[in-house]
Design a protein around this ligand. Structure first.
Ligand code: SF4
Ligand code: SF4
Length: 702
């Protein structure tokens, strides 16, 4: 008894000292981050709900059925088996110890054993998954590519050790008569049967050895967790609790510095614009980096990574985490850094964004490859906010360093001068309505929307100026007219929403364009707006609130599906075609509009809809988001062609989408494949509204 007490307490105190030191060190690193924006720490109810569903319920992990179920078992295993740790420490003092009240109840003994077995089975599942999906077998396609594989195996081994030592201890305890449970602990009873022939003395020794081993392994595991990616065991609940709610998709945050929004008209001297160094991130950003489990779910979904670009959201987060850890001694040292080791000083010298070959942490090609599709955020089980971090780094590059891909210069110049990406100007914004069989009502300057107008139709830059998108605008206008919906347009008073500028990092330009639009919309008394572009939908509906514009914004597929349901539009003419539907990222993943476009297609007679393997939340980007539409794609394969191939593989004769940018990208992809003889000449890429128009009017229309 004395031996086990002395040894047990000595090991515990030593480990707690090491663990406490490390926890304090991590806390100090976290404190080097900037203050978070307002609202990040309020709303206790929604944050408790998030932790309940995402951590306790493992909501996101369970979307990946097999590994999700295994992780569920391990998470709940460690939670339930905390009871065995209490029992173990109690037994250091008293061999007959049991947890008060519930500590001898059959169900608890059963539950503990059930989870010991479940965890052991899960370890086998994890091992098989890791072997089958190893980077050696799958190369870049493996979600574990770039993860620290050795430590991950070590952690699995440690968990295995926790389980078998526990079974050894419990089995011997049964034989020495010190086990708290008379029945129910089926696995421990099985081990006891194996150990029983060794006799009572041997079981006495095994009980002490098993107990010390079990507690020793648990304590060693605690230290390992604090020094490895398994830190997420402690950080994930905190990270989820303070993540953006309902999610870090949709609207981007304005530029914050020190917890306050930067006023670009009157910036403060100390304002930090974007993130130009690791210490510019908020403590929540640093928490994000430290919480990454290296699971690679984000990487497996990333369109950039899947088309051989250098960007992997996982590797980006890991690089930021490693840099933060390596630079931390410098940040914590205060003004006198002379005593710091050379490697720490060298780390402090690294540019946050710069060629990796020249010491940069994040390569510019990594930063500019992102299409802001949000697939990483959607998948991340610990709610890391990749897109916000990427855009924040872009903001610094654009607004402070003036460093960004040269093709984007043309985009920004056109937006500044003409208010649209093509540089066509306000007068061209009325051309789309030429040839319509009815007159579109255009709001005069200074005019308020008349009371009989149901919706303001926001046409958007592509909808006014791109030839293909103009057909969509005309189709939507015809359908609204057919349904008797009264609508007006702003004509030349519209200017670009600034979506692409914002995602490029040019927040100042976004604000200028946005404020101009908000002023126009508010002056017109706009309340209900319908848009045909997923990016305009997101900007007007989610982001303009930040600029003083609060509107009810409908995507055209939402309004059209409603009109079909109300039988104000009746699709009667069959459109005999195999059809597939591409979910635009900014309509689907960012704004959760999945059903209306599908409802429209389902209502059109003759349409045979086949989903692509990656659809809904898992949709694969067309390659246009994040202002990538306006930049050359010179690395790897083209995202739009990859997505077009997926659409073609469904046997589709019509590829449909609900965003002009997707239509442009997929049309380009289809044209390439037609030239290569890999797609039928008849293959068409059109907006869902045009399919509906063909059915409402006649099959040749639209
Ligand atoms: S937003 Fe999309 S492209 Fe960007 S890192 Fe995430 S998954 Fe990759
Ligand atoms: S960022 Fe999230 S999804 Fe990606 S590897 Fe880390 S924990 Fe997994």
């Amino acid at each position: 008894m004395v031996v086990r007490l002395v040894l047990g307490l000595a090991i515990t105190l030593a480990v707690l000292a090491v663990a406490g030191r490390r926890a304090f060190q991590l806390y100090r690193i976290g404190r080097t981050g900037q203050a978070v924006e307002p609202g990040r720490t309020s709303g206790v109810g929604k944050r408790v709900l998030a932790v309940t569903t995402e951590v306790l319920g493992q909501r996101k992990l369970l979307k990946w059925s097999v590994p999700g179920a295994a992780h569920f078992a391990v998470f709940w295993g460690f939670t339930i088996l905390f009871a065995t740790i209490i029992e173990g420490f109690g037994a250091l003092f008293d061999r007959d110890f049991h947890i008060p009240i519930i500590g001898t109840m059959t169900w608890l003994g059963f539950l503990e054993d059930l989870f010991i077995v479940a965890v052991l089975v899960s370890l086998a599942v994890f091992s098989v998954i890791r072997l089958r999906q190893s980077p050696e077998r799958e190369g870049r396609r493996s979600r574990f590519f770039g993860s620290h594989l050795g430590p991950a195996w070590l952690v699995l081994f440690m968990i295995f050790n926790v389980m078998w030592t526990l079974l050894l201890y419990r089995g011997a305890q049964i034989n020495t008569g010190n086990f708290p449970y008379a029945h129910g602990a089926f696995a421990s009873e099985a081990v006891a049967k194996v150990l029983a022939p060794l006799g009572s003395t041997a079981n006495d020794v095994l009980e002490t050895v098993g107990l010390l081993l079990s507690l020793g392994v648990v304590l060693a595991f605690l230290v390992l967790v604090l020094y490895s990616k398994h830190l997420h065991i402690f950080l994930a609940p905190i990270n989820v609790a303070f993540s953006r709610r309902p999610r870090a998709l949709g609207a981007l945050l304005p530029v914050y510095s020190g917890g306050k929004e930067v006023d670009f008209e009157d910036p403060g001297e100390d304002d930090k614009i974007g993130r130009g160094a690791i210490e510019d991130f908020t403590w929540k950003g640093l928490l994000d980096f430290g919480t990454c489990t290296e699971c690679g779910r984000c990487q497996s979904q990333c369109p950039a990574w899947n088309t051989e670009k250098p960007l992997s959201p996982k590797l980006l987060i890991m690089s930021l985490r490693d840099h933060a850890a390596a630079k931390a001694p410098y940040l914590l040292a205060g003004p006198d850094t002379s005593a710091l080791p050379k490697d720490v000083l060298a780390e402090a010298e690294r540019s946050l964004v710069g060629l990796v070959s020249e010491g940069g942490v994040i390569d510019p090609d990594v930063l500019w490859s992102c299409v802001t599709c949000g697939a990483c955020v959607e998948q991340c089980p610990v709610d890391i906010e990749h897109v916000d971090h990427i855009v924040d780094m872009r903001r610094y590059q654009v607004l402070i360093e003036s460093q960004f891909p040269k093709e984007a210069h043309t985009l920004l110049r056109n937006l500044e001068r003409a208010g649209d990406p093509w540089g066509r100007g306000a007068q061209a914004r009325l051309e789309w309505m030429a040839g319509l069989p009815f007159e579109v009502r255009v709001l005069d300057e200074g005019q308020q929307l008349p009371a009989d107008v149901d919706y303001l139709l926001w046409v958007g830059c592509a909808g006014s100026l791109d030839e293909n998108a103009k057909k969509t605008t005309r189709a939507v206008a015809e359908l609204l007219n057919e349904a008797g919906v009264q609508f007006m347009v702003l004509g030349g008073a519209e200017t670009c929403t600034g979506d692409a500028a914002r995602r490029l990092g040019q927040e100042l330009l976004f604000q200028e364009l946005g404020k101009q639009n908000v002023e126009t919309l508010n002056a017109a008394g706009a309340k209900r707006i319908v848009v045909t572009c997923a990016h305009c939908f997101n900007a007007l509906g989610n982001e303009y609130r930040q600029l003083g514009g609060d509107y009810e914004v409908l995507h055209h597929t939402q309004l059209l599906s409603q009109l079909v349901a109300e039988q104000k539009l009746v699709p009667v003419h069959p459109v005999e075609a195999a059809v597939t539907y591409h979910d635009p990222c900014y309509l689907g993943r960012h704004n959760r509009v999945f059903s209306p476009p599908r409802e429209i297609l389902a209502g059109v007679p003759g349409v045979r809809l086949t989903e692509m393997p990656r659809s809904h939340e898992k949709s694969f980007c067309c390659g246009a988001g994040g202002a990538r539409m306006w930049m050359e794609e010179t690395i790897g394969t083209r995202i739009n062609e990859t997505r077009t191939d997926e659409a073609i593989a469904t046997g589709a004769e019509l590829i449909t989408a609900a965003c002009p940018y997707c239509i442009v990208m997929l049309t380009d992809g289809a044209n390439v494949r037609k030239q290569q003889g890999k797609a039928a000449d008849e293959l068409q890429v059109i907006d869902v509204s045009r399919v509906l128009l063909r059915s409402v009017r006649d099959p040749e229309a639209g």
